[in-house]
Design a protein around this ligand. Structure first.
Ligand code: CO
Length: 135
């Protein structure tokens, strides 16, 4: 069911510092930051030859990553994302297997303009998993 690894997302407490680290210390190509108000985050894409890493920073008062940063003040891996061909078929199959889907269960449009869903970390070994329908 799951296909390519799409990205890992790291929540950071200081976006400018994280950009500098990835760009100047690690020597990666880093995109301009993008505000995604409907997701409550500002995101920067670190473009690697075979995949990407997203740096997430809270945007607005009810950011879904604020609680994570409160628990992990230095930052940390927030989620990983796998691609699927058909997100509704993947959701239905996973739910049948007992994997909980977060939120309403209806896909939302993610940072790349594709439908995404998040799966409960307690059902996947402590890891928040995002599924993205490959375009
Ligand atoms: Co993501």
């Amino acid at each position: 069911m799951i296909g390519r690894f799409n990205h890992a997302a790291i929540a950071v407490p200081d976006l400018e510092a994280a950009i500098k680290t990835y760009r100047d210390v690690l020597g990666a190509k880093v995109s301009e930051s993008q505000d995604l108000p409907e997701h409550g985050v500002t995101v920067v894409f670190v473009e690697l030859p075979n995949t990407k890493v997203e740096l997430l920073y809270p945007l607005g008062e009810k950011s879904p990553i604020q609680g994570f940063l409160d628990k992990n003040p230095g930052g940390g891996v927030h989620h990983i994302c796998y691609e699927v061909d058909d997100i509704l078929a993947a959701r239905d199959q996973l739910q049948k297997e007992g994997v909980r889907v977060l939120g309403t269960g209806e896909p939302r449009i993610g940072a790349h303009g594709n439908p995404v869903l998040f799966l409960h970390p307690k059902d996947l070994y402590g890891t928040l998993v995002e599924l993205e329908q490959a375009s």
